[in-house]
Design a protein around this ligand. Structure first.
Ligand SMILES: Nc1nc2c(ncn2[C@@H]2O[C@H](COP(=O)(O)OP(=O)(O)OP(=O)(O)O)[C@@H](O)[C@H]2O)c(=O)[nH]1
Ligand SMILES: [Mg+2]
Length: 342
């Protein structure tokens, strides 16, 4: 058992809880509210947290709790492969050093009137990282209730819990779904529910990477990402064929403007295809820095410091937009093209 001595000399068990979710979901705000920390919160449309960060430790229910802020898939600032790398590096290092997290909080804005593609991907990612066994140690936290009519919010919550592939699969495996009203008390109640009578269990990704010695791309989360990339590749191929047909048409019409526009679009599509290939290659080549003992020089040092380097940390920011929060799923190249057509 990992023990910490509190300020009054009491021996307290250390508890770590990771907070996940898409950019702008309110992860850092939740952590700050619960722990009186001052992690950077998004004031602009840019994604904010781009590496693993740690809250100040705080005492709750006779434990010393540390919350772990994680970057989410966000479509713009960093590739999903980068995010996967950062998160896998942290989880596997902890496990290799004999430390289990108490669970995962997945943040979801109830004010969103649809589940965006980014939110859906992050939701899948959290479930794939946890795996069926550890999902019972996780909580889906809905926030931003103040931004929605209470009745509309409650209906939305019910739909997310009972229909389709949103919250239901996780809840079926024992995850909880709790509301957060942006107060310290509500954050603490959520954490209490997670640590009360709760035995930490390894996450699926930890067992895959450490016990089964899988490469990142062979894990459930890695395989899902490869499937996503394959789907995108297929879409690009189809778009290229449509582009060729349009080009033949433009040439037949001797439409110079359309020809030029299509050439520009072809160049963009080729660039996106190249980026996709590079991401696939990177995913196949990902190597973790995990090894027993690495925590003393990496994540251990980062604890409580917030900005200390963590393996795989990445530091770019995005400038994307979404209808509800000001941020947006990136429309495909072809959608952008079609939208611009008369
Ligand atoms: N009304 C309301 N606003 C919130 C709440 N939580 C967060 N916000 C606001 O939502 C915005 C994004 O919050 P962050 O905490 O930075 O979100 P994040 O999930 O950490 O975002 P990234 O670091 O970009 O992944 C900020 O403007 C917050 O003030 C909440 O419970 N209610
Ligand atoms: Mg953040």
């Amino acid at each position: 058992m990992d023990i910490k001595i509190s300020s009054n000399g009491k021996q307290l068990e250390n508890v770590w809880i990771a907070v996940m979710g898409p950019t702008g979901a309110g992860k850092s705000t939740f952590i700050n509210t619960a722990s009186n920390s001052d992690l950077r919160v998004g004031e602009t449309l840019q994604s904010c947290t781009d590496k693993i960060e740690f809250s100040k430790s705080f005492e709750l229910e006779g434990r010393m709790v540390t919350l772990v802020d994680t970057p989410g898939f966000d479509d713009t600032a960093k590739s999903d492969t980068e995010v996967l790398n950062i998160v896998c590096d942290y989880f596997s290092t902890e496990y290799a050093n004999g430390r289990l997290l108490h669970g995962i909080i997945y943040m979801y804005r109830i004010s969103d009137n649809r589940v965006s593609g980014t939110a859906a991907r992050n939701l899948q990612f959290y479930q794939q990282l946890c795996g069926p066994e550890a999902l019972s140690n996780s909580v889906i936290v809905t926030n931003m209730w103040g931004l929605v009519d209470p009745k509309v919010g409650a209906n939305r919550e019910q739909e997310l819990k009972s229909k389709g592939n949103f919250f239901k699969p996780a809840l079926d495996y024992g995850a909880k779904c709790l509301r957060h009203d942006n107060t310290t008390e509500s954050a603490h109640n959520i954490i209490r529910a997670m640590i009360h009578n709760n035995i930490p269990k390894p996450f699926l990704i930890q067992r895959e990477l450490i016990d089964e010695k899988k490469k990142v791309f062979q894990t459930a989360a890695g395989e899902a990402l490869l499937r996503e990339l394959a789907k995108l590749e297929q879409k690009h191929l189809q778009e290229m064929q449509e582009l060729d047909t349009e080009m033949a048409d433009a040439l037949a019409r001797q439409d110079e403007d359309a020809k030029q526009e299509l050439e520009e679009l072809r160049a963009q599509l080729l660039a996106e295809t190249e980026r996709l290939n590079a991401e696939k290659k990177r995913l196949h080549e990902l190597k973790l820095t995990t090894a027993p003992g690495t925590t003393t020089t990496t994540t251990q040092d980062a604890r409580g410091l917030g900005d200390a380097p963590v393996p795989g940390a990445w530091t770019e920011h995005n400038t994307g937009e979404d209808p509800e929060s000001g941020r947006k799923d990136q429309p495909s190249f072809w959608t952008r093209f079609k939208r611009g057509r008369p």
